[in-house]
Design a protein around this ligand. Structure first.
Ligand SMILES: Cc1cc2nc3c(=O)[nH]c(=O)nc-3n(C[C@H](O)[C@H](O)[C@H](O)COP(=O)(O)O)c2cc1C
Length: 163
C-alpha cells in the first residue's frame, strides 16, 4: 500500500508499506521507529493509505489516525509480526537508520547480515496502526463506475459519490 503523510515542511510524503494485518478498520504495518515517517507521525498523527486491487479493479483509501505499538508495551503483537518479516528485513534494524547517509562497508563481507534473534524484536521495531475514520472505495469493474464513502465504524450505509 502507499502511505501518505505530511512532512515537516507541510508538503506531502508518500511511500510503500506492506500491509501485515487488518483488525476491523485498523491496518497494521511494521516499521522502524527511526524512520522519517515515524517522526512525522509523532507530530501529526493523520495519514492516508491507498491501494488498487487489480483483480477486483477496486481502489481502497483508508484515512485516519496513526499510533505505534512498541515491543516494550506490546510484546506479544510485536513478537508475532517480528517473526513474520524475513531475515533481511530483521537485520536492517541492526544497521544504520533508514534514510541516513550510505557508508561504504569496511570489510569485503558486505553481504554479511548480522544474525537477529527470532524471539526478541529489535528496540526500534514497531507496529504502525492506521485506524480509519473514513474509507473510500472506487469500483471500476462495472459501468458506470461506483464510488462509496464509509464513515466512522463503517456500520452505517455508505454515501454514494460521483466516481
Ligand atoms: C514493496 C515495498 C514494500 C515496503 N514495505 C515496507 C514496510 O513494510 N515497512 C517499512 O517501514 N518500509 C517499507 N518499505 C520501504 C518504504 O517504502 C520506505 O522507503 C521506508 O520505510 C522509509 O520511508 P520514510 O523515509 O518515508 O520513513 C517498502 C518498500 C517497498 C518498495
Amino acid at each position: 500500500m502507499q502511505l501518505a503523510t505530511v512532512g515537516d515542511d507541510g508538503g506531502a510524503r508518500c511511500r510503500t508499506l506492506s500491509l501485515r494485518e487488518r483488525h476491523g478498520r485498523a491496518l497494521w504495518f511494521t516499521t522502524d521507529q527511526r524512520s522519517e515517517k515515524a517522526m512525522q507521525l509523532e507530530r501529526q498523527a493523520g495519514a492516508e493509505a491507498c491501494w488498487y486491487d487489480l483483480t477486483s479493479r477496486t481502489q481502497w483509501r483508508f484515512r485516519g489516525r496513526v499510533h505505534f505499538l512498541t515491543p516494550q508495551q506490546h510484546p506479544e503483537d510485536t513478537l508475532r509480526l517480528w517473526r513474520l518479516i524475513d531475515r533481511e528485513a530483521r537485520a536492517r534494524f541492526c544497521g544504520p537508520p533508514p534514510g541516513s547517509l550510505w557508508q561504504p562497508p569496511k570489510s569485503d563481507h558486505y553481504r554479511y547480515l548480522p544474525p537477529t534473534p527470532e524471539d526478541h524484536p529489535a528496540e526500534d521495531f514497531s507496529i504502525l496502526v492506521l485506524t480509519a475514520d473514513q474509507v473510500d472505495v472506487l469500483e471500476l469493474a462495472e459501468s458506470p463506475h461506483r464510488h462509496w464513502q464509509y464513515h466512522g465504524e463503517g456500520r452505517g450505509a455508505p454515501t454514494r459519490l460521483v466516481p
